[in-house]
Design a protein around this ligand. Structure first.
Ligand code: GLY
Length: 393
């Protein structure tokens, strides 16, 4: 059944048709498993036994599967996915009240945010507003940042002696705050997002454009205490997904504020990755570009799909050589869609992409599928499709 609100699959390139067809078949199998269980399961990755790991609403990755089903609905125009997208989104509604970590932006914006965009509903805007209020409880006015992780009761964080750790990933939570200002008319959300982005811009980057994973602040004085890593190879190394979060996050900040310094940072970080001497020929980064065993280190498809999605957006802005960003994103999508990274139908736990890395220092999720690699791949496919249909007109 074709939904009139959504784009048709006619007149799109064979590349998009084929990959959307694959996503429909592969995610369709995941949906069949979930529906047969009678529960609202939320697939994340494969565990060590090769079984699908399903998460609860509080996991930072709980919004990605519902979000992928929204993109599936949008990309196929098939209205049979609408009630499923709604059901999987509703299943994580309790996350709107989470105040014990910063990832509520990822969770709620990818699920309810896409729901609001594609099937406007007061219940969705209420969830977005409530989630934004929850996120602002983590704003620390002296440091002018949103604290990422709690330290008390969190052994990894307390062992490092951190007080107010902020991770670069947090840039991805700001979109929720920008949306909340649009939904409520209250500019406080916008100002907190800008304050966080500005402090991150000032403290989290190195002169070559790469970023630290963690910056820890003194809650009282707001001073920087440490610049370190949690998921990278070393404090001074280039943890690839962190670079992707920075590129994407600062692109969103530019979209919402039109302040060119944000786009300049996104581009500088991207150029650093693009020109990195250890970037492989297929452009899919190693999990950390300074990992000691390169070239025999795992790749991270989630980094590549997130960067591809951001580059499609950047290519729409008035920047020199705007078209080159689309070309690079297209090359990333070619690699990700090749048999080297795209799973075979029915394999890979019914996830789309293989070869991502959760966290090597935590010995967790190494060279596995991850639902956020799939989410940003779906988003990138949608952005590519939109761009190409505009050019055709
Ligand atoms: N936000 C956690 C990660 O990027 O792995």
């Amino acid at each position: 059944m074709m939904c009139m609100a959504c784009s048709s699959t006619k007149s799109v390139s064979p590349f998009i048709q084929e990959n959307v067809g694959f996503a429909k078949a592969q995610l369709g199998l995941a949906i069949d498993t979930i529906e047969a269980s009678g529960k609202c399961l939320n697939p994340v990755t494969l565990n060590e036994k090769g079984e699908v790991y399903y998460c609860g609403y509080g996991d930072w990755r709980s919004g990605f599967f519902p979000g992928s089903i929204w993109y599936l609905y949008e990309l196929t125009g098939d209205s049979t996915y609408l009630p499923l997208a709604k059901k999987y989104t509703e299943a994580i509604r309790k996350a709107e009240n989470l105040t014990w970590h910063h990832d509520i932006g990822f969770i709620i914006n990818c699920s309810f945010g896409n729901g609001l965009r594609l099937s406007p509903d007061t219940a969705y805007s209420n969830a977005m507003k409530q989630a934004a209020r929850s996120l602002t409880t983590r704003f620390r006015p002296n440091a002018k940042v949103i604290q990422s992780w709690d330290v008390k009761g969190n052994s990894w964080q307390s062992k490092r002696g951190w007080e107010c750790p902020v991770i670069i990933d947090n840039m991805m939570n700001l979109e929720l705050l920008f949306e909340a200002t649009k939904l409520t008319g209250d500019s406080a959300f916008y100002h907190m997002a800008v304050a966080h982005a500005d402090r991150t811009l000032a403290e989290q980057f190195r002169p070559d454009g790469s970023c630290y994973h963690v910056v820890d602040y003194d809650i009282e004085t707001g001073a920087v205490r440490y610049k370190q890593t949690a998921q990278g190879y070393a404090d001074e190394s280039v943890w690839s997904r962190g670079q992707a979060w920075a590129i994407y996050g600062f692109t969103v900040c530019y979209r919402e504020t039109k302040d060119p310094k944000y786009l300049a940072q996104a581009l500088k970080t991207f150029e650093m990755m693009k020109n990195h001497p250890r970037l492989p020929k297929d452009l899919i980064p190693y999990w950390d570009m300074d990992a000691p065993g390169i070239p025999n280190e795992p790749r991270d498809a989630s980094t590549a799909s997130c960067i591809a999605s951001a580059l499609y957006e950047i290519s729409t802005y008035d920047v020199p050589h705007a078209g080159s960003y689309k070309k690079y994103a297209d090359r990333l999508m070619q690699s990700l869609s090749s048999p080297d990274y795209r799973a075979k139908l029915g394999e890979n736990g019914r996830f789309l992409l293989m070869h991502s890395v959760g966290s090597i220092p935590h010995n967790n999720e190494i060279d596995v599928p991850l639902n956020y690699a799939d989410y940003y791949y779906m988003e990138a496919l949608k952005r590519k499709k939109d761009l190409e249909s505009k050019t055709k007109k």
